[in-house]
Design a binder for this molecule. Sequence first.
Ligand code: AMP
Ligand code: MN
Ligand code: MN
Length: 345
Amino acid sequence: MTRPGVEPGRSSSAITTAAWDAAVAAIRAVPLDAEVQLICHVNPDGDALGSMLGFALGLRRLGFTGLRATFPGDFDVPEPYRALPGAELLVPEPQAYGKPQLILIFDVAGESRLGALAGLLDAGIPAIVLDHHASNTGLGDVTLVDPAAVATSVVADELLTRLGVELDAEIAECLYVALATDTGSFKFVRSPSVHELAARLIATGISPGDIARRIFDTRPFGAMKLAGEVLGRAILDPAAAGGRGMVWTYATTADLERHHQRPYVLDSLIDPVRGVAEADVAVVVKELTAGEWSVSLRSKGGVDVSAVAVALGGGGHRLAAGFTAYGTPDDVIAQIVPLLEANLS
Ligand code: AMP
Ligand code: MN
Ligand code: MN
């Protein structure tokens, strides 16, 4: 839906003109040599890294020279994203600025996704948040959150436009990776504006086919073997979610070690699991460290999995959400099952 004063093809009805203006003013208020810290969420995905780096490159075009980008936790940039334009701006969390003049936060629904970097929010430094999670808790000073946006990069693109930054191929590649990631390669598109944005990005000369092969269709042999094991142990519970059905599986750190793989290779496994016809809900329980699990939830529409995740301390979208859990995979599933019943939609 388009509101008066909002151009079609752009974000967004949810973000007020005042909020956009405040973000532009906050960025223009800092000198070009100021220390500017960009942050995205822990275990970053394509939208987190792509929107952050694309925006960072836009700031560089404006003349900003003190840019650093980071995310909390292990500095383990998923292999497919290491060659993103702007990746040279990434620093491990300990090398983030201690007292930057401006903070920009991408794809972060709540402070728990910022780890220790959340401490920067209490230091009186202006913080602009770009996000698209309905569950966003409203962190930061200027909150640009559009739950109707399919990716944070939609919001990043709009703010770049408002700052007068023209898209170039490097910025576009980052924003395209972000858009393609969060739309499941354009399968979860909700409006023509997504393809209009994609068209503007592709018009800079980027190659969607090469990007898709690199980001989605390339994996180490060990990751494929690992996927075979993890998918092979999936369990179907047709009675769960009021009879709509749930399918779930898990992967441990031992699985990763056995196949010499990094944790991010598990993130794509939710896709084949959610394809199971007999289940509305799909769950993948991924061990981060001993007994600590990152849980991915998906629904085909029968359950509001964002509400389930929020009830368990996480967040996300109605059909795609996640949270952190403790115990055994069976413990985690036992926590989820009653909440599915309570959040049928
Ligand atoms: P994932 O299953 O990791 O692809 O995440 C699906 C959605 O849930 C994304 O929008 C994430 O931002 C969100 N999400 C995943 N884990 C968490 C968490 N621990 N807390 C808040 N949101 C999360
Ligand atoms: Mn994300
Ligand atoms: Mn996102």
